[in-house]
Design a protein around this ligand. Structure first.
Ligand SMILES: *Cc1c(COP(=O)(O)O)cnc(C)c1O
Length: 367
């Protein structure tokens, strides 16, 4: 068996040809292809505004700044996510307030949000971790009651739904990533979506050096960023958009094979609660406490299967540990467990059903 890496993006010859077409045109920076990508996101997610940016961290950063979140503000985030979710809150000058997760779904434990709210709380960032929607109904209820903004970190969750509605479209803003580990990729890239026109306009200004066209004249109205996406990157991902749904279907089938074939009692499979569809950006399991996860990663590698831990217990990472000194085993036991015992298995379009069966067999053998 050939070594199976944890992830391989699905780039076709047609995708490459589309990218080259834009390269040959000489029109490289944000232009028609970026506009077309924004249109693709609007149509797909059924939302009014989409603003492309250089990556999915930049989009989160733009959302916080456009909503005026900064110094002396607190933002509630799950303790378990990719580190960017916490970093952007720090970069905006605000304070991240961590809330533990549900160990079955890896999403924020909504029963623990209210106790984290203070007078300084301005926003909640629910993360749709690994492509499974967070419980949006309670998040929306709490946000309304306490007048908080909702910024969805849907970096992993393009195509996932909660009660038939696409993730990223519930809150004030939704942020997607187009990194190669995600469903479709522009190399680096991100997308912000919103139904709020004023907010979308603000994203555009902040994305592009603070430039606004006022009475046909270019004005510099903010100290903005250069968070633009290039047009050839947009062409690369526009081409993949055509097989978005086919890709989601493949991955759903593969996930079902894992559910059937992984039988080791030392492996806890992920939950998919009723009413939600998973986009399977990551198939993430939790290993029994009796097992040394890092040793298992090495054994799986020797057996030809690339795996890795899934995401960080963010307050446990050095910068946050030194700054906030939070007792993670006491405050965030589930996030810490998911970080220490979690394992991401290969699941992507380039695999076959037989690959998934082989991986399952090897997992069962080693565990
Ligand atoms: C990938 C990811 C990000 C960051 O996206 P980039 O495009 O890599 O900057 C943020 N949050 C989560 C949950 C992610 O998985």
């Amino acid at each position: 068996m050939e070594f199976i890496p944890l992830m391989k993006p699905n780039i076709s010859e047609e995708d490459i040809e589309e990218t080259c077409r834009v390269l040959r045109s000489g029109m490289l920076i944000q232009g028609k292809e970026v506009e077309a990508l924004e249109m693709n996101f609007k149509m797909y997610n059924n939302i009014q505004h989409a603003v492309a940016a250089s990556n999915g961290t930049a989009t989160l950063h733009l959302a916080l700044l456009a909503l005026g979140i900064g110094k002396n503000d607190e933002v509630i985030i799950p303790a378990f996510s990719y580190i960017a979710t916490a970093n952007v809150v720090e970069l905006a000058g605000a304070t991240p307030v961590f809330v533990d997760i549900d160990i079955d779904t890896f999403n924020i434990d909504t029963a623990k949000i209210e106790q984290a709210i203070t007078k300084k709380t301005k926003a909640i960032i629910p993360v749709h971790e690994f492509g499974l929607a967070a419980d949006m109904a309670p998040v929306i209820k709490i946000a309304k009651a306490h007048k908080l903004y909702i910024i969805e970190d849907a970096a992993c969750a393009l195509g996932a739904t909660d009660n038939g509605q696409y993730t990223g479209t519930f809150g004030d803003a939704g942020s997607f990533s187009l990194h190669p580990r995600k469903a479709i990729t522009s190399g680096e890239g991100g997308m912000l979506v919103t139904n709020n026109e004023m907010l979308a306009a603000k994203f555009r200004v902040l994305r592009n050096h603070g430039i606004e066209i006022v009475n046909g004249k270019m004005e510099f109205v903010e100290a903005g960023f250069n968070y633009r996406m290039t047009d050839f990157q947009a062409a690369l991902v526009n081409s993949q958009f055509k097989r978005m749904n086919a890709g989601l279907q493949y991955k759903q089938q593969f996930a079902e094979i894992y559910f059937k074939e992984i039988t080791s009692s030392l492996v806890k499979l992920p939950a998919v609660p009723a009413g939600k569809t998973h986009s399977w950006q990551t198939f993430h399991v939790v290993l029994d406490d009796a097992v040394n996860r890092d040793e298992i990663i090495l054994k799986l590698k020797d057996a030809g299967v690339g795996t890795n831990y899934g995401a960080q217990c963010m307050p446990y990472m050095q910068y946050y540990q030194q700054k906030y000194k939070l007792n993670c085993s006491l405050l965030f036991p589930n996030a810490l467990k998911a970080y220490k015992q979690g394992l991401a298995l290969p699941l992507y379009e380039k695999l076959t059903g037989d690959d998934i069966k082989n991986i399952s067999r090897i997992v069962n053998q080693i565990l």
